[in-house]
Structures are given as C-alpha cells and as structure tokens.
Design a protein around this ligand. Structure first.
Ligand code: ADP
Ligand code: MG
Length: 728
C-alpha cells in the first residue's frame, strides 16, 4: 500500500493537460446531438412534428401511427449521426440514471438485416427492472415496471446511443422513478399558477417552473483517488488529518483555474454543448480543488434531466483527463462541502417571469402575489422541503454548521421586508382610494427601483430571494434535483389554489374589487408566514434557539427529516393534488430509510477495514522501528539508555494507546452494526444506524488521524489531504 501512495503521487507528477478540441463558436455546436425542433423539422412530417409539439405544450397524447412516424424520423436522424443503439433513459429511485442499450439492428426472416425502430419501441419498454428499488410496490402488486417516453424532454445521442428520456412506472400505475412525480407536480403548478396569472393577464395559458442549478464538485487526480478505498467506495474520505494549509487564506475562490482543470472543463463543456446543456459559468470554489459549474436556466423538467446527464458526462470526461469527480457533499473533513443551489421561478408562455418585479404597479402586484404565496407555501411545508433534500451525505452539511442549516427559513432582503411590512398595514376590507393610490405609488410602485440596489445577499440562508428567483441552497451536490423541485412545485401549487379560492370568495361574497381582495389575502399571508422569514446569520446558535422558539423544525439527521414525508399532512397534500399516492409515499419512504442505513453500514465497514488493515499494521511497523531503535540504544548506553530513548518510548506507548482505542472502537461499532442489522423495521434500523453506529466514526477517525501525525511519512499508506487537495 505504501508503494501505491507514492506511485500515485509519481503518476500525478507526469500528468500533462490533455489537449481538447473546441469549436471557435459554441453556438455552432449547441444541441447538435439533440432531436430538437430543428432536427424534427428536418426529419418529421408536418403532422408528426405538430403532434410532438402538442404533447409538449398541452400534454396531448401521441397516437400510435404518429408515434411510428416519429420513431422512423428519430431513427434516421440518429443513424445519420452515427448512433447504432437506442435506450430508454430513466431515473430510478437510486437517484442516478439508468439505461439498457438495444441495437437498431434486426434480422429478417430471409436472413437479411435492417435497422429498425418503431413507435412501439419509442413509446414503451419493459426493462428487467426487478433490481431497481421499488419499496415493495411490485411485490405488493405483483406487477412489472415499464418505461414510457417523455416527449417534453427531447431525445439525444450520447456516444453512439440514442437516449430517449422516459418515466418509469409499475403496470399498476405507481411511479418507480423521480421523473413521474416531477411531471405531475409541474402540471399541477402550471394549472394553479395559470389561473392566478390570469388575474393580471388574461392571455396567459401556461406557466412553466424554471430551474437553474449550480453544481459544485471536487476534482481529484485519479491515481490519488484510487489509492484511497474510502474515496472509491463511499465518495468521501473517512479519515485523514487536516493539511497545514486548508482554505484559511481564501486564495482559491475565483482564483485562476489550473490548466489541467481548465482543459477538463473545456472538454466537458463541449460535450454539454452537443447535448444541448446550456452551461455558462465556471469558476473555482472556496475549497482547494473545488469548482462550480452553472448553466442558463431552463424549464424545470429539462433542467433536471440535464443535471443528471451532466453528472454522467462529468464522470466520463474526467476519466479522459485522469481526474475523479467527487460529487459528495463533504469529501474532506474541515474543508468546505459541496451543494447544488436550485434557482427556481415561474415563467408564463407570454414570456413573463412571475417572480420578477415589473415596470408598473399592476405588474408588481402580480410579482408580490407569487412572491408572497411562495413564502407562505414554504412556511406551511418547511418540513417537506427539509425532507426533500435529506440524505446521509447531505447531513454533513445541513445541521453540521455549514452551508445552510437544517432549519428552513426564507431570506428576502431588507427592502422587500419593508415592502411586506407596509403591506401588512393595509386596511381590512375595501381599501380607500387614497390608500390604494399610496400603496401603488409608494410601495408596490417602488419595487423595481429598490431591487436594483438590493445587494444584501445572505449566504447562510437555505431559501433566499435573489432578485428574480428563489434560490434553494440546501440541495446536496449528489442529489437529483427532481425531488426538491417536486416538493416546491407541489406546495406552491397548493398555495396558489388556496389563494385563488380565497380571492374569488372575497370578490363574489364581499363584493370586493379584485385588487382589494388580493391585497387583503396577501396581508393575511404576510402575517401568517412571518416566522419563516429570517434575515440574520443562519449558522449561529442564536438562530437555533430563536427558530425553536418560533416552532420551526430543526431535523438534523436524515431519519428524523424523512419522517415528514409520511405525515398525515404530506399524505393529504400529495394525495389531494395527485402527485403521489399514500402507497407511493410509503414505498419511497421505505427506500430512503433503507438507503440511509445501507450507506452508513458501508461507511462503517470501509472505515473498519481501513483502520484495521491499513492504519494499525502501518502503526505497528513504525512502532517496530522505534522498538529496534530503543533496543539498539540500550545496547550502547546500557542502563542509562532512557536518557536518550525517552521520546521514542513515549511514541511507542502513544502508538499502542491509539491502536487500542481504534481496535476497541471498531469492535464496538461492529457489534452495534450487528444489532442494527437484526432490526426488522427499516425506519428503526435507520435511526439505530444514525444514533448507535455513526458516532463511532469520529471516535475511530480521531485516533487514526493522530497516528497519521506520528507515523513516518514514508510508511503511511493513504494519500494525505495535502496531496489530494493541492495536486492538480
Ligand atoms: P448567482 O449570483 O447566484 O451566481 P446568477 O444570476 O448568476 O446568480 O444566477 C445563478 C443561477 O440562477 C443560474 O444558473 C441562472 O441560470 C439561474 N437563474 C436566473 N434566472 C432564473 C430564473 N428566472 N429561473 C430559474 N433560474 C434562474
Ligand atoms: Mg447561487
């Protein structure tokens, strides 16, 4: 092993940046491998093209003969681009993407061969799905699963495979993936938001949720990463002493990007361009070897697919450049972790961003309506947002005094706070003409101006309004965005339905004017949702205390957070709106608690292995060298040897002491694991892993890291933090 570490370091010394081909103009290659409108116009008949368009815009069904035509056109296009295979590309509940490739190639009865791809193959497939997580759904219903084409996300060619984005559902209709509930939630928020947007503009017929994610990641030399079983198996380091220099100097953030890394980024961006992923921004992040990439925002379903695709592309391109991408939320102790900010908004088919303040008081009333309703939704369902981003790896950020805390709150900035404070004072009932004029001119009318110089951004807030969108910052860097986006769309839809009902009642029964009614309802929401708003430092203890006083949840661990997903409130919300049935919620919950326990179990095993098989033997080897040294000194100095061998003897003892603690820790941890494994209930098992097994990690690590400081560097088998973090 010791050889491996130095071999790995030697490998990195010989790395030269891999040359990349980049087009002079990226716009020229943008979407070249996507079956987008341009390609469809070329390869489809007018009627087929229209049926795809109708499916995308209004969710119309595509009939079988149209599907056959589309499939033929898609195949011709794909083959013209060198594709030999096709796959239904889907997002099972593992969180990553799945694909099974089939060749276009078919033989005919007379022995000749052709390339074939029909409507049947385009529309539906039945992958052998028995080993994807299903939370008991298929066992319960003894039903198989199938994938079905999602025409709202265009097919694309990756490598030599035509990839068709699909949903994955059981024959009995239950969703087995992340995309199905997302699509349902998008439809739902479209319905709810369109109805409300019509108050302000009757021509609005569709509202899309928009998502712009920002992906953070670490980039580590592949050879160095391979020398660490913990990184290879769990995606993070389970031990390792902090380097003398970490991120104290803040000299990495926005610094110049190292050449090797830049070439990786350029290569990856070229791939993204071909796949129609509109990547735009790249920069260094706060921690050494940490970077960020962000695209231009898109319709949320497409953006979610693009993020999943991107993570896959990054892995593959990194391979070419001898890098390993670490998406884990906390790969290195004591060093900043990674997140995936989800910028979210609502956009009308008339080209209006509903969370963007406008140029007239009426447009601003529209802005305030969507703005305040979103805050109210987050207020009412904060626990569900927390649950939507819960994972074993994200627990290292949330609730661990880093990035946003586990408490969900909304930051809006001082100027908008003033606006809401003014609105709160609005008279109950009909507004006087004077009051209305004042409001329109001095409060609502002032919004665009004040937002322009609204620069006070609060980086500690998990849910911040940033000018024309909300930014959910608590999403983990490994996460599939579908989950948090589904929850956000759903709770905002719920809220907008309720809002419309209340406004309509005031108009009908109290004979109020529409804008009077809107002001009245918004005023109540501002009051009711006040406790979710927080402008201060989200990391401090003071906020924890304050949040507890306000009755906000503070679920620090995944098992605690997930519980909200199966609460009566969640079952009612998701059920009423047709997003997830109780069976689906229960199944997802089972899968999540199960996955949590498994991840902790795996980490526990890997840590035990490394500590016992790598650390302890190395420490003993070094101790033997010390013992030899002490024995030698005794030979020379006789009885007075202690004068010269005192320090060595202390080291020998210290090593034994650490070894003893490590061994004891591992034994106890293994016992705790055994006990946990006997627990029948997935939920209880997750809690036990969290409370009884996980605490040993730090304890064992502490002594391993101490040994790293004591033992001869020549002997230490694991690549050290300073090497992992500062080699590029
Ligand atoms: P930051 O200062 O956080 O980097 P930016 O304005 O650069 O802010 O935007 C960050 C992200 O927000 C980008 O991915 C961008 O595409 C996205 N974004 C901007 N406007 C919207 C919107 N209306 N809906 C969704 N995402 C948006
Ligand atoms: Mg951001």
């Amino acid at each position: 092993m010791a050889v491996l570490r130095f071999q790995a370091i030697r490998d990195t010394l010989h790395r030269v940046p891999v040359a990349v081909n980049e087009p002079a103009r990226r716009s020229e290659i943008f979407g070249k491998n996507v079956f987008n409108d341009m390609a469809m116009l070329q390869y489809l008949t007018k009627d087929s093209f229209k049926s795809v368009q109708d499916a995308v815009i209004s969710g119309a069904k595509i009939d079988r003969s149209a599907a056959d035509h589309i499939a033929t056109g898609m195949k011709e296009w794909a083959i013209s681009k060198g594709a030999t295979h096709y796959t239904h590309w889907f997002q099972p509940l593992t969180g990553s993407t799945a694909e099974k490739h089939d060749a276009f190639f078919e033989t005919m009865e007379d022995g000749r061969a052709i390339e074939k791809f029909g409507g049947g193959q385009l529309v539906q497939q039945e992958p052998d799905a028995s080993s994807f997580p299903n939370g008991g759904i298929r066992n319960t219903f003894e039903a198989r699963g199938y994938t079905a084409w999602d025409p709202t996300s265009p097919a694309f060619i990756y490598g030599t495979t035509l990839c068709i984005p699909t949903v994955f559902v059981a024959y009995t209709g239950e969703a087995l993936d992340n995309k199905t509930p997302l699509l349902r939630s998008l439809h739902c928020v479209d319905t709810a938001a369109t109805a409300v947007a019509k108050y302000f503009d009757k021509t609005v017929t569709k509202v899309n949720a928009t998502l712009g994610w920002e992906q953070e990641y670490f980039l580590i030399d592949k050879a160095l990463a391979s020398s660490r079983p913990d990184i290879m198996i769990t995606g993070r380091t389970l031990l390792g002493h902090a380097p003398a220099k970490g991120q104290q100097l803040d000299d990495h953030y926005f610094g110049s990007i190292p050449n090797r890394v830049l070439n990786f980024m350029r290569d990856m961006e070229t791939e993204c361009m071909l796949l129609g992923v509109p990547v735009k921004t790249r920069h260094n992040e706060v921690a050494p070897n940490q970077f960020e990439l962000a695209p231009i925002f898109e319709e949320a379903n497409l953006a979610v697919d693009h993020n999943s695709l991107l993570m896959d592309v990054m892995d593959k391109v990194a391979e070419r450049h001898h890098f390993k991408v670490l998406f884990h939320e906390k790969p290195f102790k004591g060093i900043n972790g990674s997140g995936k900010h989800n910028n979210w908004s609502l956009a009308t088919n008339t080209g209006v961003n509903l969370l963007s303040p406008g140029s007239t008081p009426m447009k601003n009333l529209q802005f305030l309506t969507f703005f305040i309703n979103t805050i109210k939704a987050v207020h009412d369902y904060e626990e569900l947002i927390r649950a939507s981003i819960a994972s074993a790896s994200n627990d290292h950020r949330l609730g661990a005094n880093e990035a946003p805390p586990a408490i969900i709150s909304v930051f809006i900035g001082s100027q908008l706070t003033d606006v809401l404070d003014e609105l709160e004072k609005v008279t109950n009932g009909k507004l006087s003409p004077q009051e209305k004029t004042d409001l329109k001119l001095n409060v609502v009318g002032k919004i665009p101006e004040i937002l322009m110089d609204n620069t006070d951004r609060n980086r500690t807030s998990p849910f911040a309004f940033t000018g024309n969108k909300f930014e959910l910052r608590a999403v983990g860097s490994t996460a599939n965005c579908a989950n948090p986006m589904t929850v956000l769309n759903t709770i905002v839809a719920r809220q907008l339905f309720d809002f419309k009902e209340q406004v309509d009642i005031l108009v009908a029964k109290k004979k109020m004017k529409k804008d009077d009614a809107i002001f009245n309802v918004l005023r109540e929401y501002i009051k009711e949702s006040k406790r979710i708003r927080f402008e201060g430092d989200g990391y401090g203890d003071a906020w924890e205390k304050e949040a507890a006083k306000r009755g906000l949840s503070n679920n620090k661990t995944t098992p605690a957070a997930l519980k909200a997903n199966v609460s009566d409130k969640a079952i009612k919300l998701f059920g009423d709106l047709g997003i997830l049935t109780p069976v689906e919620l229960e199944a997802r919950y089972e899968i999540q608690v199960e996955e949590y326990a498994m991840r902790i179990q795996i980490e526990g095993r890997v840590l035990g292995d490394i500590a016992r098989n790598h650390v302890i033997p190395t420490a003993i080897r070094y101790q033997n060298i010390l013992i030899e040294n002490v024995t030698g000194l005794k030979d020379i100095y006789g009885n007075s040897f202690k004068k010269v061998a005192g320090e060595q003897m202390k080291l020998i003892e210290s090593i034994s002491d650490h070894i003893e603690h490590i061994n004891k820790g591992i034994t106890e941890m293994t016992d705790a694991r055994k006990k946990a494994n006997q627990i029948e209930s997935g939920e209880k098992r997750a809690h036990t892993y969290c409370d009884e097994v996980k605490p040993y990690f730090e304890q064992i690590r502490y002594h391993c890291d101490k040994l790293e400081l004591l033992v001869d560097d020549e002997l230490w088998p694991m690549t050290k933090y300073r090497e992992l973090l500062f080699t590029r």
